[in-house]
Design a protein around this ligand. Structure first.
Ligand SMILES: Cc1cc2nc3c(=O)[nH]c(=O)nc-3n(C[C@H](O)[C@H](O)[C@H](O)COP(=O)(O)OP(=O)(O)OC[C@H]3O[C@@H](n4cnc5c(N)ncnc54)[C@H](O)[C@@H]3O)c2cc1C
Length: 500
């Protein structure tokens, strides 16, 4: 058995990035993926001849010299992906009740565009922008630097919600019930903002999008295709329809069994699955019960309810921005709503097919949904959940469309077809427990427990993906560098990335 053999479970962004790094470094890599094609959340799906994003709508910091752009150079992505920059004066439009605000790109422009909309806003906006600058600079890997000093730790133990609430003394000119804090956190669906969200999560994510916000022309599936090609070119194997069912350890090797009964062996194992899923497949003798219980007890971020709409040609305009609508300014509790109070917010985003697009081909309407709403169907399979489930989906779809239709009266008549996803759809597609949007919820009251390290208690087993570092394209990229860095040396790897 070669010493440098590694098995990677899952071929989403993290599985492919780790596969890319390790195969380039001479490791013999096998990636095991349960779906028929690699990509996980990067994959687009086809419906009625239209391409839809599953788990990526836009990316931050992809501009020249920006952090994701720099990391992705190493992976051969930067020069090959097709992107369109979102509107610089407003990549996200935040609608609260009848008021509209824009988040612009570039920190100075961001302040300048919001400033006239609030009473005496300069101090509040300066405080926010300075905090974003400081927090972004405190995270070494956000700046392609080696961790040192650990100045960043303090921000993981601070509450994002509290921070934004302190900015509530600045009120909108037109509607004093709308405060600056809720407008700045108006796109907190990006990180499933909840009362436990740490300040560094909201700040790094918001900073990265304000730095530069982009859509993928033709969808984010191109990232998966480019990475999978590279991985294979480096001699690695991607075994699709190869869902892992059990993990054992014998004579210095992990023995990973797939659904077909095939067994793969390697001394190193990198899993991009939710850590509780990984540990549930692992021989219980390899782990202390307390470690397993700790991981199993970690709460996930809330799930989502999504309408994928194909549009009649030439009927609904293409928006080169996203719309985050909120019924009122309570942006931190919307994810908790059920029953008649649901939905109180939505994100309206669109597929992008080029730089001169005039009309929307596909529109995605997303909102939160708690897993409890679909729990009674948890043991049913896709397409076999029964008529009550279909009625539930249709009822919730009508409610969401009703809410969006009030703001965009032309939307409903422009729809050609609708397909619906619930928390069960995401659970079954990505394997994430309860269809959680972004994996384990980071919690500022327990930062050290909710931020998992790549290195585990089992020698040779590493975690990677959105459940370790941060979710999202940037968070997962940095997390993948951390995981592979544990194996080949972070210093060595960062040096190569910086020299690209
Ligand atoms: C609705 C939605 C919208 C989002 N929008 C954005 C956005 O606009 N911008 C952004 O930056 N981020 C966005 N994200 C977050 C981003 O998509 C994820 O954080 C990121 O893609 C996660 O990558 P990953 O590799 O950790 O996990 P995944 O992409 O989930 O990959 C895990 C892989 O493991 C496979 N797998 C599962 N179980 C097994 C098994 N037993 N054996 C083998 N393989 C298995 C899965 O099939 C999958 O391919 C969004 C997420 C969601 C859900």
């Amino acid at each position: 058995m070669k010493k440098n053999k590694v098995i990677i479970i899952g071929s989403g962004l993290s599985g492919l990035l780790n596969g890319c790094i390790l195969s380039r470094e001479g490791f013999e890599v096998t990636i095991l993926e349960k779906e028929p094609e690699p990509g996980g959340n990067l994959k687009t799906f086809r419906y009625k001849n239209h391409e839809f994003e599953t788990g990526v709508h836009y990316a931050g910091s992809l501009g020249p010299g920006q952090v994701l752009n720099r990391y992705w150079k190493y992976f051969g992505l930067t020069d090959r992906i097709r992107v369109r920059r979102l509107d610089q004066n407003g990549f996200d439009h935040i609608l609260i009740g009848t008021e509209e605000f824009q988040h612009a790109q570039g920190l100075d422009k961001f302040s300048a565009i919001l400033e006239p909309l609030f009473r005496n806003a300069t101090k509040g906006l300066d405080r926010y922008v300075s905090a974003l600058r400081e927090i972004a600079s405190a995270f070494p890997l956000y700046n392609l630097e080696l961790p040192a000093g650990h100045r960043e730790i303090q921000y993981a133990a601070q509450s994002a919600r509290l921070f934004f609430t302190e900015l509530d003394e600045w009120k909108s000119f037109n509607d004093p019930s709308v405060s600056m804090g809720s407008v700045l956190a108006g796109n907190n669906f990006l990180y499933a903002g909840s009362p436990v969200t740490p300040l560094h999560v909201s700040s790094l994510i918001h900073h990265s999008f304000i730095s530069g916000a982009y859509r993928f022309v033709g969808g984010s599936g191109q990232i998966a295709t480019i990475l999978a090609d590279q991985v294979r070119l480096n001699g690695a194997k991607i075994i699709t329809s190869g869902g892992v069912v059990s993990i054992d350890y014998h004579d210095g090797n992990f023995q990973v069994k797939t659904v077909s009964g095939e067994i793969f062996r390697a001394p190193l194992l990198v899993s991009s699955l939710h850590p509780a899923m990984t540990l549930s497949m692992l021989n219980p003798l390899l782990l202390r019960r307390s470690y397993r219980q700790r991981i199993e007890s970690l709460a996930g971020t809330v799930s989502s309810f999504i309408l994928f709409l194909t549009m009649k040609p030439g009927t609904f305009p293409y928006f080169n921005y996203n719309v985050y609508y909120h019924k009122n300014a309570n942006v931190w509790t919307e994810s908790e709503l059920t029953g008649d109070a649901w939905p109180a917010m939505y994100l309206l985003s669109m597929g992008c097919n080029g730089n001169d697009q005039k009309f929307a081909d596909v529109v995605t309407l997303m909102t939160y949904m708690k897993f409890e709403e679909v729990k009674k169907w948890e043991y049913t399979g896709s397409g076999k959940r029964g008529s009550e489930y279909l009625d539930f989906k249709n009822d919730r779809a009508l409610r969401l469309l009703d809410l969006a239709g009030k703001q965009f009266p032309g939307l409903i008549h422009a729809i050609d077809h609708i397909t619906i996803s619930t928390p069960l759809t995401y659970r079954d597609y990505t394997g994430i427990p309860e269809g959680s949007l972004y994996g384990i919820a980071k919690d500022f009251t327990r930062p050290e427990l909710t931020t998992l390290t790549a290195r585990t208690k089992v020698p040779g087993l590493y975690f990677t993906g959105q459940n370790t570092n941060l979710h999202g394209l940037l968070g997962v990229t940095i997390g993948s560098v951390l995981t592979s860095g544990e194996i080949i040396g972070l210093d060595h790897l960062l040096g190569k990335i910086k020299n690209c």
